[in-house]
Ligand binder design. Structure first.
Ligand code: URA
Length: 434
């Protein structure tokens, strides 16, 4: 196989054959095809696109570059994947909730990079929580508890690990076939028979338009189905942060609070979305009507079963929730911002909030950076809330040195729009792809 001819072919806009795609990915994974040729092919794919069949071949080749898990449990398996949002702690609710409904949830998750938070980082703020389980331990926890959330190891889709690092520095992230290959190869290798995608669009998402998010959602669902899985996606609004907490430990605390006291918040938009996502997992995995799955999910959230699953998962990963409660009480620097006019909160810019949380230390610029578990932003208001002069809008939090807190506060202030009259509040789910 001559790598250059394959690059030429794609550059000219022609479809690659299955064997060409497989050979290229195998050669790249083995180190026989150098990074510069892989980068050139990624750029050609970015500019010329791929057919559905080529995307399926790319996904399959990347999936086969590492270990693929196989589940032989007596319950069906399902996982939810979010394309990443601000304050997106939904996995911490959705996955244990689906497990409480009798679906096994093997969830290989990621660490945050840039403005996107990572579920693994959030869970690791629980003292003792091991988010780097071996695949054997991951399989054992899923079998014993029904749910495990751990970082994807290098054994799964090494081709994606190498390729993503190249795409990141060669301007080739924004390509639907490459994104589908990347996300889906990991999810397929994880082995769950049902996959539900939460594809986010808007200021705080990496898909900025609803149309692009819908295209990605359709490609993920058709790719997953072509690979023999049951799949669905929701396209959801990510212009406003989800819930109140944006950070790491504060997001876990908020999720725990929802799991422990779901009654008063069960109809709040972010909680309703969590129930919706779990219901899709349960309905597809157990092959039961969606309304029955939703009724079951509501019941298992409200009766505390989802909380019990979350606690059991944390314990199985070595985490200690008593120590976590103590961590939250640790002194930290706080700075509150207040409204300077009366009116209604009509926008909270998710990207601006994420930038502030990042600046405070909640995120990492490069993979080797460490994060401040207590850094973040907690919103005191939600869209549509009435405020008057002096009403609290949000609190910035940070452990350690408070350098930069005031400039971050000024940035955060600019995330809020307060209008004289009401806010137009859109529903979070704008499209369902089944
Ligand atoms: N997330 C991934 O895992 N891969 C992409 O290509 C984009 C987002």
């Amino acid at each position: 196989m001559i790598a250059k001819l394959i690059i030429d072919k794609k550059r000219e806009g022609r479809a690659l054959g299955s064997a060409e795609i497989r050979g290229f990915i195998e050669g790249f994974t083995a180190g026989e095809i150098p990074d510069y040729q892989m980068s050139a092919l990624a750029m050609a794919i970015c500019c010329r696109g791929m057919t559905e069949r080529e995307t399926a071949d790319l996904t399959d080749a990347m999936m086969r570059s590492g270990r693929c898990l196989d589940w032989t449990l007596d319950v069906p398996t399902a996982d939810k994947h979010s394309t990443g949002g601000v304050g997106d702690k939904l996995s911490l609710i959705v996955q244990p909730l689906a497990a409480a409904c009798g679906v096994a949830v093997p969830s290989l998750t990621g660490r945050g990079l840039g403005l996107t938070g990572g579920t693994a980082d959030k869970l690791e703020t629980i003292p003792g929580y091991n988010a780097s389980l071996s695949l054997d331990d991951f399989q054992r926890v899923v079998a014993d508890v029904g749910v495990s959330m751990t970082v994807q190891t290098g054994e799964i889709t090494p081709a994606d690990k190498k390729l993503y690092a190249l795409r990141d520095v060669t301007g080739t992230v924004a390509s639907i076939p490459l994104i589908v290959g990347s996300i889906l190869s990991k999810k397929l290798a994880e082995g769950a028979s049902t996959l539900v995608f939460d594809v986010k669009w808007g200021l705080g998402a990496f898909m900025k338009t609803k149309e692009d998010a819908c295209e990605l959602a359709r490609a993920l669902v058709s790719g997953a189905k072509a690979a023999g899985r049951k799949a669905a996606a929701l396209v959801t609004d990510m212009n406003t942060p989800l819930g109140r907490a944006v950070g790491n430990a504060n997001e876990v605390a908020e999720a725990l609070d929802i799991l422990a006291n779901p009654g008063p918040v069960a109809d709040r938009a972010d909680v309703a979305l969590s129930i919706e996502l779990s219901s899709l997992m349960v309905s597809l995995a157990k092959e039961i009507p969606f309304d029955d799955a939703r009724a079951l999910c509501r019941e298992k959230l409200l009766d505390g079963s989802a909380l019990e699953k979350f606690k059991a998962m944390v314990a199985a990963h070595g985490g200690d929730l008593d120590k976590f409660a103590k961590l939250l009480e640790q002194p930290k620097f706080k700075f509150k911002i207040q409204a300077m006019r009366s009116g209604v909160v009509s926008a909270i810019d998710a990207e601006k909030v994420a930038r502030v949380a990042f600046k405070l230390g909640a995120g990492r610029e490069k993979a080797s950076d460490t994060i401040d578990p207590l850094a973040g932003v907690t919103l005191d208001v939600q869209l549509g809330d009435k405020v008057s002069i002096g009403s609290p809008l949000a609190t910035l939090e940070k452990s350690g040195c408070p350098d930069g807190l005031e400039s971050a506060a000024a940035d955060l202030f600019r995330a809020f729009t307060i209008s004289p009259s009401g806010a137009k509040i859109e529903t979070l789910v704008c499209e369902r792809v089944m």
